[in-house]
Design a protein around this ligand. Sequence first.
Ligand SMILES: Cc1cc2nc3c(=O)[nH]c(=O)nc-3n(C[C@H](O)[C@H](O)[C@H](O)COP(=O)(O)OP(=O)(O)OC[C@H]3O[C@@H](n4cnc5c(N)ncnc54)[C@H](O)[C@@H]3O)c2cc1C
Length: 500
Amino acid sequence: MAERALVIGAGMAGLWTALALAPTGRDVVLLERDPPPPAGDADSAFVDWNRRGVGHLRHSHAFLARLRLIIRDEHPELLAELLEAGCRDLPFEGGLTDIHKRSYSPAPIDRDLAILTSRRTTLELIMRRYVERQPNITIRSETFVKALRIAPGTIPTVTGVVVEDATGTHDLEADIVVDAGGRTSQAFEHLLEAGVKIPEETETCGILYFTRHYRLNPGEAEPPRGKAALTGDLEYLKFGVFPADNGCFSITLCVPEIEMELRKSIVDPSVFDAACVRLGGLGPWIDPAKAQPISRVFGMGDLQSRWRTMAKDSRAAVLGFFPVGDSLVRTNPLYGRGCSFAAVSAHLLRDAITASADPAARVLLYQSATDRDLRPYYDFMCNADRDAVRRAKRALTPGYRPSLRGRLTRSFMEDGVAIAVRSDIDLMRAALMGFHMLEHPQAWLKRPANLAKIMGYWARGKRRNSEAYRPKPGPEREEMLQALGISPQLDVERVMAEAA
Ligand SMILES: Cc1cc2nc3c(=O)[nH]c(=O)nc-3n(C[C@H](O)[C@H](O)[C@H](O)COP(=O)(O)OP(=O)(O)OC[C@H]3O[C@@H](n4cnc5c(N)ncnc54)[C@H](O)[C@@H]3O)c2cc1C
């Protein structure tokens, strides 16, 4: 008889688990606490879909190439439906600088290095409708998983779940339970109550996320891409424009946790927009002659990176239970990798449970696959976050002067790596392979030929590389805060007091 998989949650990871497991002949049941999407189009989903289970549903989302390629190669019909609904492919060519364009000739890999983007409600709506049509999959909405059923043993086994729905409380049995309950999944508390402690590493991402959505006025097109940046990092503020579906786009501003005054003020729509007009090329996008806001400013804090380990020293912690997506590993949304992690973990789970019927072997196989495939990106992102937290703190430290080593490292990154990538099309392709999770995030930097090119650009100096520099993406911190009517002094005094 076919194995039965109960999946907690029908968010990104739940939907991907269904798409990965159902074609193997397993019977997949998704248990989702929230109601189904409203009937209607992408706009109805954006306005009306009640998704209390996904606090970040109305923040900017984009799918990296790793995920887009899974869709393109394994679910071409889904890609067609996403594009039909207005989701956008942002192709490799769109990111080329004037220097690249002069010698650009398309290479086959360029077709793979695209981003898929839209409002997350649109991506999820279309994916969900696609999943609902597939064989072997049932989605039970408004069904809350309140507990795990756990059989004791040398290694405890999860044998099912207890759900609550409109008809009452029920026990459901399963061959495997997949936890796709997201960042706030309760399953690990249930395991702990049963004496199963899953080791986890957590650290702060160091930022808060603020997103506002806009729609182009009728007949208006997106402003032409010029030299001014649509994404940028000013250390006290990071920003990005996310082109979306059906004439919509969103802007996300990320504020370091330490910037207490800025993060309090930026949720005010007028402050948010006033910041945007001072950032890179954002001004023309939100010019009222071009576009109107269609949402308030959504804010989100408590952004943490978290890695959970289901097997250590060749021993599974629990059998019959597999976390995927955010319940397995949470990452900083800035890197846009969470949905790719969700899809990849679902596929790694499929491979592990298909490779062996032995419950313990399955856990070990899944653990080693996630260690191999996802861990390098996780480590890379945590290192980058720690560095960003340090830089944000320094921005608030009066008179701070970096060490010679610090200055050299920064110059290597800004005047060497970034300039080389903006000048050399092959380096750009190589860097994007890591960015898009198509190879180890730093593999390209370890290749001697790439390193030699980077050193060459670095050695040429700023004057000869001048064309590759982008205009400064925005004002200095004090100038920006003053323009926004925020006292820059308050945070500085706090950091000084903490340091004393
Ligand atoms: C601000 C922000 C911006 C982001 N931007 C990007 C981006 O641009 N690109 C990208 O790839 N990733 C991005 N991410 C990450 C991405 O959104 C997550 O990694 C992704 O949603 C994880 O999918 P998931 O299915 O694990 O969790 P979720 O999508 O959160 O889904 C969890 C589901 O489980 C349900 N659920 C929970 N508990 C229960 C229960 N007890 N019973 C029944 N149902 C339950 C919830 O209702 C929900 O539907 C972003 C994250 C944040 C916070």
